[in-house]
Design a protein around this ligand. Structure first.
Ligand code: MSP
Length: 616
């Protein structure tokens, strides 16, 4: 009997027809985050991932590569395992549908369902997309093509065995009704319920026109439909065959994490098969959204596939893991942009988290610490627990980062670098312990490093207890800032300051695609203020459409305050912020500088262009 304290999470098993990419990484990291969080909660966790190796799609990919299907997949599996290792994925089993125990499980469940009378022989005539390995109805096609791949659909006509899916319509509707969280997020639930209500057709579960698959135990001329084979992996993975202790402990799965495109298979076909086997359905199916890349669908022809090496080369593994779960609401579609990943790495990880760690560890090394009442983490913890329950992973990160913000504000107010107050330093060190533990499912490597500096364990006990007084050494830098394109261009210009401007322009020419990355807008200067101790800088409050920006600009020598107020200007809005004289400057203004540098004139656009307008 499954206990509350056991947690079973799965990813879909991936088609090994190519190396893994950001899409497969997304689901796998999500499952890893949940597995790690539940381990911290002292649950016994089983995390299953793997590959879906049979079927026409793989057979064709192998033919293209002039290899036998098994040799072809054998060559790709290490790429998956390496990728998951690089991403710090800590699974319990990597299942392959060509594993002997899995092939046996598929045959056993086919026999059981057959014995029950839920499989019958017939003739299939209909539409099939090999890219999806799925059957379609005429109504579902887009101009005669597969709605997902937009490729011509195949007309299949063959003898086939059918699974009596239609028999389970009422059981399914009842199950959805009694388990409102079974299909998550809830907006996806209604889609499925509506379609099931429209009626279910029996499912063709065998093929005769090719041979790369598991033979049906009751008719060796047929091989099993790849989805029937694949779904069974969730049973094989925990030892269904021998009705092992593991199986008793972990079934039903707590959550199958999948992409939105394969919800029908998981929320309709899979529970129906389980009903037929007299097994309980999983507790939850969570369907996440899809990633596009810089606004476009990922595809080989567009050469824009983000593979794992590319993903982690931008700002490191933890920044990639963080970005994927901070950038979009878990469940919604997202757009991957290298520029935004770098911005988040610089602004949130390097500036907010990295600075806090570096500042506080330096203070603790210099002045030591003395026990005091810690900053309260309890309210954050309560919310984080609840959000993890609902798989609102983006919101978990929001909560943790609000707490980081409040620690930075606390430090700013208490100024322990001036007061040398050891109690304040202790409070901050203790808060850092809590932050690192809460962040550890998302950024395991970073949390590990923090725990070594501040001397605590990543565990629930550490979270529930105050940090022990200890000697701390300054932390190494956790997140190195990454220069944005515009900053690179600036520094190149500085190096060539003595050259003719035209030659300089040619020498430091940038690619058109780099120029396109700049976000330049029309703004209006609303307020001009002095900055303490700054003789060149003004602090400008600028409205850029609906947004407000603070920008520090070296204009004091050239303009009176009143000359600037109300003036329109051109703003680079997507530069990483910089702290100048203690003020965070969030962009740059465009200005012309005379050759002798005696005059600086702000470039001001025509009056009738509205604020926020984009400059191209
Ligand atoms: N083999 C089946 C799953 C069987 S599970 C019993 C399959 N494999 S897949 O390799 O095509 O896709 C695996 C997962 O990757 C799916 O959940 C799919 O949604 C996800 N993604 C593929 N591309 C994606 C994006 N661009 N973005 C997010 N996830 C995407 O389907």
């Amino acid at each position: 009997m499954k206990k509350k304290n056991n947690f079973y999470v799965t990813t879909p098993i991936y088609y090994p027809n190519d190396i893994p990419h950001i899409g497969s990484a997304y689901t796998t990291i999500a499952a890893d985050i949940l597995a790690r969080w539940n381990k911290i909660q002292k649950k016994e966790v089983f995390f299953l991932t793997g590959t879906d190796e049979h079927g026409k799609k793989i057979e064709l990919a192998a033919q293209d590569a002039k290899k036998k299907p098994k040799t072809f997949v054998d060559n790709l599996i290490p790429k998956f395992k390496e990728a998951w290792k690089k991403l710090n994925i800590n699974y319990n089993r990597f299942i392959r549908t060509t594993d002997a125990d899995h092939e046996q499980v598929v045959q056993v469940i086919l026999s059981e369902v057959h014995k029950k009378g839920d499989i019958y022989e017939g003739y299939y005539e209909g539409l099939y997309c090999t890219g999806c390995e799925a059957y379609y109805t005429e109504k579902e096609l887009l101009e005669g093509c597969c709605p997902v791949h937009k490729t011509p659909i195949e007309k299949l006509k063959e003898e086939s065995y059918f699974f009596r899916l239609s028999k389970y319509k009422e059981n399914l509707l009842n199950y959805y009704d009694k388990n409102p969280d079974f299909i998550s997020p809830s907006n996806r639930r209604f889609e499925i319920i509506n379609r099931v209500n429209e009626g279910l057709q029996d499912l063709s579960i065998s093929r005769t026109s090719f041979s790369w698959g598991i033979p049906l135990p009751f008719d060796k001329n047929h091989i099993c439909y790849v989805w029937f084979d694949a779904l069974a992996n969730y049973l094989t993975g925990i030892g269904y065959l021998e009705h092992s202790k593991e199986f008793q402990k972990f079934w039903p799965a707590d959550v199958h994490i999948i992409g939105k495109d394969i919800l029908w298979f998981h929320a309709v076909i899979w529970p129906a098969i389980l009903f037929s086997l007299n097994l309980e359905p999983p507790k939850k199916i969570f369907a996440h959204g899809w990633w596009t890349v810089e606004g476009q669908k990922m595809s080989k022809s567009l050469k824009n596939i983000i593979n794992i090496d590319k993903l982690i080369s931008i700002a490191g593994v933890d920044s990639a893991r963080y970005f994927l779960f901070r950038e979009v609401s878990f469940g919604e579609d997202g757009d991957f942009s290298e520029k935004i990943l770098i911005e988040r790495h610089n602004n949130e990880l390097a500036n907010k988290l990295g600075n806090l760690i570096s500042r506080v560890s330096t203070l603790a090394e210099t002045y030591g610490m003395e026990k005091s009442t810690p900053i309260k983490i309890k309210p954050t913890l309560k919310k984080v627990n609840q959000l993890f329950q609902n798989l609102e992973l983006d919101k978990v990160l929001n909560e943790i980062f609000s707490f980081i913000d409040s620690c930075n504000i606390y430090a700013q107010e208490k100024k322990p670098w001036e007061t040398k107050n050891k109690k304040v330093i202790y409070s901050l060190c203790n808060a850092i312990k809590d932050i690192a533990i809460l962040l550890s499912p998302f950024m395991p490597e970073t949390s590990e490093k923090i725990s070594k500096v501040f001397n605590f364990e990543i565990s629930i006990e550490s979270l529930n207890n105050d940090l022990k007084i200890n000697k701390i050494k300054k932390s190494p830098i956790l997140f190195k800032k990454i220069n944005t394109i515009a900053e690179n261009v600036n520094s190149k210009k500085k190096e060539k300051v003595n050259k003719s401007p035209i030659i300089d322009g040619i020498m430091s020419s940038i690619e058109f695609k780099d120029w396109e990355k700049l976000d330049i807008r029309v703004g209006k200067i609303e307020k001009v203020e002095e900055i303490d101790g700054a003789d060149k800088l003004y602090k400008l409050s600028i409205s850029v459409g609906a947004e407000k920006r603070t920008i520090c600009a070296g204009l004091k020598k050239y303009y009176k305050k009143s000359e600037l107020e109300g003036k329109k200007c051109i703003v680079f809005v997507n530069l990483a912020p910089r702290i100048m004289k203690g003020v965070e400057s969030q962009g740059m203004l465009l200005a012309a500088v005379s050759q002798d540098e005696k005059k600086v004139i702000i470039i001001s656009p025509e009056k009738d262009i509205e604020e926020g307008a984009k400059i191209r």
